[in-house]
Ligand binder design. Sequence first.
Ligand code: TRP
Length: 476
Amino acid sequence: MSTRGNFSGRIGFILTAAGSAVGLGNIWKFPYLAGQNGGAVFLFIYLICVFLLCYPVMVGEISIGRRAGLDAYGSYTKLGGKRWGLLGLFGIMVGIFILSFYNVVAGWAFGYFLHISFGDLLNQTDFSSFFGLFVNDLLDLSSAEGLANSNFIFSMVFMAMTAFIVARGIQSGIEASNKIMMPILYLILIGIIIYALTLPNAMSGVKFYLIPDFAELKIQTLFEGLKQAFFSLSLGMGTLMTYGSYLKKTENIPSSVAVISAADTSVAFLAGLMIFPLVHFLQFKLQVTEVATAGPPLIFIVLPQIFHEMGPLLGRIVGGLFFLLVCFAALTSTISLLEVPVAYLVDQKKMSRKKVSWGIALLIFILGLPIMASQGMIPALNKLAFYKDQDYLVFVADMCDISLTVGGCLMCIFITRRWKIHNMHEELEIGNPGYKNSFLKKYLSFTIQYVCPVLLGFLSILIIIDKFFGIDRIFN
Ligand code: TRP
């Protein structure tokens, strides 16, 4: 087993798992979801999902991985037989699809980082049309500048960085890179928040973010909160199972999971505290009562405009640091996603880590091409007729979201019916003598056997109905 590699210890594992969790989901998605769904109301629902559903699922996932000491497919097969192995394979596939679109968005952030820090992106006047052109500029080789602009190159480089780190193995690649990037990420985040809070009108942004608006509370708020919590904590497809398989037996799983979820949730919360004061600063500058913050373009359209308003030097520094932060967050997540299929091939097919890392990265990059092209270049992919005219990126992302809650539900069923909960408890007692008679043990028994499978199953079905048919249409 020693040839598989392992984490050096508690800090390394926690930082790396938190690195997986903290990503575009926290910095790009959480703030705009909170903004759209009633601010603190959303935060509250999100926290309930984390405590009630995500915490037990994460403990379960890591225990399975550590007990089996194998990749996602191998773990399910070893503890539950070949049929349950299919659930592992499903997770691996979902991971591949997540990475295929995630890497495209990460590539945009990487491009923005380079263009703001070293180019003249902030001299634009219309950031909205710039973004439109940017995401469509796949491979414009007609000029030297075109090449540097190309999205195709940015996501290729991002995927190459991911493959490079994963190829180096657990301790000297994955753990080492997380130990560098995660602390820097926190420092930049705190630094920008402090600066943002000193800007004119910052407090109005804080209020908007933190004062609950119950009028926005809908059943969809719950769906969004649940999906976001699963995605943000990297649950439901085997990432943490795979990381768990590299965890030493002496480590205390429940307390590590508490730290990982707290780290992830705090970054999501802080990202909002960074972004909304900036947005309200822009409203003040432009003397408008509202700028369109809705949706994905928030960090690519509204924020660059804000950096522009800060003036050439300050804008370059703050904007550059912001996108560096996004890149670090994304890279620690893409690494964890690539590790899942890589571990599978290394463990099951005994292939070389190096070759497999680069090979799968290439495959995933190719899967990302239609995603890049769906941003306008290929009209059919830009408006999917069967999917309410949304684009292919949104479609893939939605399907992955659903697969995560379904995967989490099936994992709880696996623990309850096949592996048996007492085996999980046994695994959790290792490195944790107080666990045997703890309240936590009862809480986990109750949630994993009853609350999680029932609620996750029920909500997954509602989410699917809502996605394809619209739940309001059915109940009204
Ligand atoms: N959690 C990461 C984010 O918030 C993305 C991520 C990494 C992920 N690994 C995952 C999502 C596994 C789902 C499953 O950006």
